[in-house]
Design a protein around this ligand. Structure first.
Ligand code: PEP
Ligand code: CO
Length: 473
């Protein structure tokens, strides 16, 4: 076996204003960068990726930026959601359709509650790369201790616990890109085709309310909202086939964590008649909580692209750090450019959000809450899970705190699936700690299932409906 090489290089940042290029990140330290074994294989994959047509266009990216600028002003609400770790095997019609269905239904519920258009951003068509807390994983197999490289997502290796599967394979970047392209092609076709079954109220499968113990007050409210929605959809349907699409503006944008900078930079280029470089693997790539080091490779890469950029902010992020990141990533303070995705943990919102909001001051940002990643727990039997009530609690307290601080929560970022999985505990779906193993399919973090996703959307729609109107930043 050849000695692993670190594609990220090891030189720390020396000068601030050094010239940017799609590959200038290579001279910076990259946290969580993959250690591939064969540089020739890496270059071959990189060259191939560079030659492919883009997955998204600069027009779409600019449109998303406009919509995010509107969301900053409170004119739209953002729903970002999908898998924690998307698999290439998820590139099949059933999974794509059910994921799209839950996101669409949640967005319509949110449109109804917030009386505002919703920007739908999927965590799909490229959410294949994962940061891991340890580069290796150790298991005991047949009495022997075996240590292998961790599973870094389908873009890098496979999660089967064998040396072959865990070997980082650069050709998986090419395969990942091709699967992202097929996924996006089907999403575009479904959206273009109108996703017609959404027009029919019977499609709103809410029979599960009958089976579970939600309070009568909540249930009545759900029923009223569903009836209103059904009426609204019928009315729009009566106006003509295309009306629903036009009025609800069914449009999907894609996003993923821009973790593997080889994958991102191979598809970063200039386009005719526009200034600047675009990362054309997704509309909105984001910087993960573990890779937002100011002088690191990820911030270096992201500072040069025109796309809107998400930044995940955990409880350890300080106000000065955030202000420095904004200065580096959006020096001209352009609206629609920066999406701050807080994932503080339900218990830390009150203590931590204020410092972040104050650090932003009058700058343009869109605040989004990820109530998932600060609330992951491991059960006594070693299963990773999250509790529905705690997820809801982080969202509610983030709404409260923004209201108190004079800022505005403009969106939510959720790990979910359209499938009937048992990965998160609670909500009306009644998943308990004991039933977690019934259908636990995520190779990474636990996701809300279909019912839990929809229930959360109803709860947030109710909250948005009550949200004070009026100009806020
Ligand atoms: C994720 O979104 O799956 C993730 C790893 O999040 P974070 O960077 O916030 O920990
Ligand atoms: Co995750």
């Amino acid at each position: 076996m050849t000695k692993p090489i670190d594609t990220a290089g090891s030189e720390p940042a020396s000068t601030r204003e050094s010239p940017w290029s799609p590959e200038s990140w290579r001279s910076r330290i990259a946290a969580h960068q993959v250690r591939y074994h064969d540089p020739k294989e890496v270059e071959a994959a990189f060259t191939r990726l560079k030659s492919f047509p883009p997955l998204v266009t600069s027009w779409e990216i600019e449109r998303l930026r406009e919509q995010l600028a509107q969301a900053e002003r409170g004119e739209r609400f953002v729903l970002q959601g999908g898998d924690c770790a998307e698999r290439v095997d998820d590139c099949n019609p059933r999974t794509i359709t059910s994921r799209l269905k839950v996101l669409l239904q949640m967005s319509l519920v949110l449109v109804h509650g917030s009386k505002r258009p919703v920007v739908r951003i999927g965590r799909f068509a490229g959410q294949y790369a994962k940061p891991r807390s340890s580069p290796t994983e150790t298991r005991t197999i047949a009495g022997k201790t075996v240590t292998l490289e961790s599973y870094f997502g389908d873009l890098v290796n496979r999660d089967e616990f064998t040396p072959q599967a865990r070997r980082p394979d650069p050709s998986r970047m090419v395969a990942g890109y091709q699967h992202a392209a097929m996924t996006l092609n089907f999403v575009r076709a479904l959206v273009e085709g109108g996703f017609a079954d959404l027009h029919h109220p019977e499609y709103w499968d809410l029979t599960w309310f009958d089976k579970v113990g939600v309070s009568s007050e909540l249930r009545t409210e759900y029923e009223r909202m569903t009836a209103n929605l059904a009426d609204g959809l019928k009315f729009m349907e009566a106006l003509g086939e295309r009306a629903v699409d036009e009025l609800t503006r069914v449009e999907f944008f894609t996003s993923h964590e821009g973790l593997n900078l080889l994958y991102e930079s191979a598809q970063t280029r200039t386009v005719p008649r526009r200034a600047g470089h675009y990362d054309l693997t997704a509309h909105m790539p984001w910087i993960g909580n573990r890779t937002r080091d100011l002088d690191g490779a990820h911030v270096e890469f992201f500072r040069g692209i025109r796309n809107p950029v998400g930044i995940k902010l955990g409880p350890a992020c300080g106000g000065d750090e955030l202000a420095a990141l904004l200065g580096r990533l959006n020096p001209a303070d352009e609206p629609g450019k920066i999406v701050l995705i807080t994932r503080l943990g339900a218990g830390a919102v009150k203590a931590r959000l204020g410092e972040l909001v104050r650090a932003v001051g009058e700058r343009h940002v869109l605040w989004v809450c990820d109530p998932m990643h600060g609330n992951t727990v491991t059960t006594a039997s070693g299963i990773k899970t999250r509790a529905f009530d705690v997820i809801r609690d982080e969202l509610e307290s983030t709404f409260d705190e923004h209201e108190r601080l004079g800022s505005r929560l403009g969106g939510m970022h959720i790990e979910l699936t359209g499938e009937d999985v048992t990965e998160c505990i609670g909500g009306g779906s009644g998943v308990t700690e004991e039933s977690l193993s019934t259908h636990y399919a995520s190779p990474c973090d636990p996701r809300l299932n279909y019912q839990q996703g929809l229930e959360l959307a109803f709860l947030m729609a109710r909250r948005l409906g009550r949200q004070a109107n009026g100009p806020k930043r």
